[in-house]
Design a protein around this ligand. Structure first.
Ligand SMILES: Nc1ncnc2c1ncn2[C@@H]1O[C@H](COP(=O)(O)OP(=O)(O)OP(=O)(O)O)[C@@H](O)[C@H]1O
Length: 543
């Protein structure tokens, strides 16, 4: 999460609640303390239902936007007022829920209540009688925990709207559970998590004292970075492991409601705990005392932004190419290789961290969305992300699918090629600047002058080809990430194979047809897109 980006995020909770339609949703009562992971699960569901705060927001980086969207306003907001936004969304997506996607990433992370709370558990979205879990006594009894729960309960009550539930206990069949889930123990604590077999991590639940010890009491000297709603501190565990402790800030300048920020934070926890790939940030543990904390693997080289744009030293082409391929593989995993289909929604240089050997890791899953298999896309509000990286169908219509990330990845590739920022200090969009040069294959003009001739021409051409196809203004024309990986590695397929791969890909998403895209029509040309982008920029800058 880049500071300016998060600073500009502005969301309002859904003021309209349809409690009567919440029959299947987890009910939280004072007597039934739900678990952290159960709450994460709810967070993910409610995340989908947020309504936009229609005011566009500008940030120091020009990074975030939340523009008024006429199409949305006229067609969907009206409906939202009467019937809830669900219906319009449903109409577009026509989801047919089945057991294959009846639990979200958050769903499988649930830690239901203690044995005495069986009644609540049965209401809980993912619980099944055979999956009882325990909250550690220090959590379930502690004031800290109670106030945390209370806080979230308020939020849950306010923000549950009428989206169809993606997860219900009845939908979780035993066969499904047996096949996909296993119970694991979470470190020494009595937390037991339900997780896919493949993952089996052992997260530690850190006490406040342990986190304070690790970070030297969160001393400013250990501050690694500050986002819009979190601060990240370097820490060292007693066994010498270096970690990054991400702490949710209590207050935010922007006025984003605390409960919404908590939601984003839990979203991040829910997703990050679910991913397991060398090119995705790794969760070591979490803490709930004295606020919400994520404990992550420490990335010694910091973010790609600092290496590419914030350092005197020129970043070698070899590392740039490694980053390009690694991020592509990480995204391909999120989209297709992961247990669930995850759209990151905020791919940008500051969210790519580098390990000791410069292996890139996708981080900051605060905006990520889980997309059910047979849905073509989400329509989301508010339109969050970072200006300069946003696909046209997203910033104009709020449409989110894999191609949203593909576009942002294309912009990231342009940064690696050119050494320029997605939006420079004079608010010039890198996409607008680079498009004509890519089309004319003007390598000399495009390539970062700091690189001189120190790059492999073949690799450079591959990265340029990938960038060019990823930033296509028509989402259907952008390649899927598996193909982007091939292009980057020079394993490009012929046209026939490409079409076959595309059809195969579509089949793998439940036979959906060509991905719906409001911008995908013959009369939506590249120049229309560039005009839109320019107008969009003006809108952001005017605010
Ligand atoms: N695991 C890590 N290892 C090293 N540094 C990290 C790690 N995680 C985060 N950081 C540093 O802290 C900064 C802030 O991280 P984070 O992703 O939480 O915030 P952000 O991206 O700035 O937030 P937002 O974009 O939501 O405003 C990062 O840009 C990075 O420099």
């Amino acid at each position: 999460m880049g500071t300016s980006q998060a600073e500009s995020r502005e969301i309002q909770g859904n003021p309209e609640i349809d409690c009567e339609n919440d029959m299947k949703k987890p009910k939280l009562t004072d007597d039934h303390q739900s678990s952290l992971m159960g709450l994460i699960d709810m967070e993910i569901q409610t995340n989908i239902t947020r309504e936009t705060h229609e005011k566009p927001v500008i940030t120091s980086e020009g990074s975030i936007i939340n523009p008024e969207n006429p199409a949305i306003d006229s067609e969907e907001n009206g409906e939202t007022k009467e019937n809830s936004e669900t219906e319009s969304t449903e109409e577009l997506k026509k989801p047919e829920l089945n057991e294959e996607y009846n639990c979200s990433p958050r769903g499988v992370l649930e830690i239901p209540t203690s044995d005495t709370d069986n009644s609540t558990s049965s209401n809980n979205s993912n619980n099944s009688g055979s999956n009882k879990h325990l909250i550690p006594p220090e959590l379930s009894n502690g004031l800290q925990w109670k106030s945390f729960i209370r806080n979230i309960k308020k939020k849950s009550a306010r923000r549950f709207s009428t989206l169809p539930l993606l997860i219900t206990s009845s939908e979780l069949t035993r066969r499904h559970l047996n096949r996909k889930l296993s119970r694991i123990r979470c470190d020494e604590d009595d937390i037991q998590l339900v997780l896919p077999d493949v993952m089996k991590p052992s997260w530690k639940n850190f006490s406040q004292a342990e986190l304070s010890l690790a970070t030297d009491n969160f001393t400013p000297e250990n501050l690694l970075g500050k986002g819009g709603h979190a601060e990240v501190y370097k820490g060292c565990l007693p066994d010498g492991t270096l970690v990054a402790v991400k702490r949710l800030m209590k207050k935010e300048k922007e006025g984003k409601e605390e409960e919404v920020r908590t939601g984003d934070f839990l979203t991040e926890l829910g997703i990050i705990a679910h991913v397991n790939h060398p090119n995705a940030a790794r969760l070591i543990g979490f803490g709930v005392e004295g606020g919400l904390h994520l404990v992550l693997q420490y990335s010694p080289h910091g973010s790609l932004t600092s290496l590419l744009h914030g350092s005197e030293k020129t970043l070698d082409w070899k590392i740039r190419y490694k980053v390009a391929v690694g991020v592509a593989e990480g995204l391909n995993y999120l989209h297709q290789g992961c247990h669930r289909r995850i759209i990151h929604r905020d791919i940008k240089a500051s969210n790519i961290l580098l390990t000791q050997d410069y292996e890139p890791q996708i981080s900051d899953f605060g905006l990520a969305k889980w997309l059910p298999e047979q849905w073509t896309h989400h329509i989301v509000y508010p339109i969050e992300g970072t200006f300069g990286y946003l696909a046209p169908e997203y910033f104009m219509h709020g449409i989110v699918d894999e191609k949203t990330d593909v576009f942002a990845f294309g912009v990231l590739l342009l940064e690696l090629i050119t050494g320029r920022r997605a939006v420079d200090s004079s608010r010039q969009s890198l996409v607008i600047w680079a498009k004509p040069l890519l089309e004319s294959k003007n390598i000399k003009e495009l390539v970062d002058p700091r690189l001189g001739e120190d790059y492999m021409l073949g690799e450079m051409k591959q990265v340029m080809l990938a960038a060019s196809s990823c930033i296509h203004h028509l989402s259907a024309m952008r390649p899927v990430m598996s193909r982007v990986v091939e292009i980057l590695k020079g394993e490009e397929k012929g046209t026939g194979e490409m079409i076959a791969a595309l059809l195969e890909h579509q089949k793998s998403f439940g036979g959906r047809g060509v991905i719906f895209d409001a911008c995908d029509s013959d009369d939506y040309t590249c120049s229309t897109y560039l005009n839109d982008l320019d107008r969009h920029k003006q809108l952001v800058l005017l605010e």
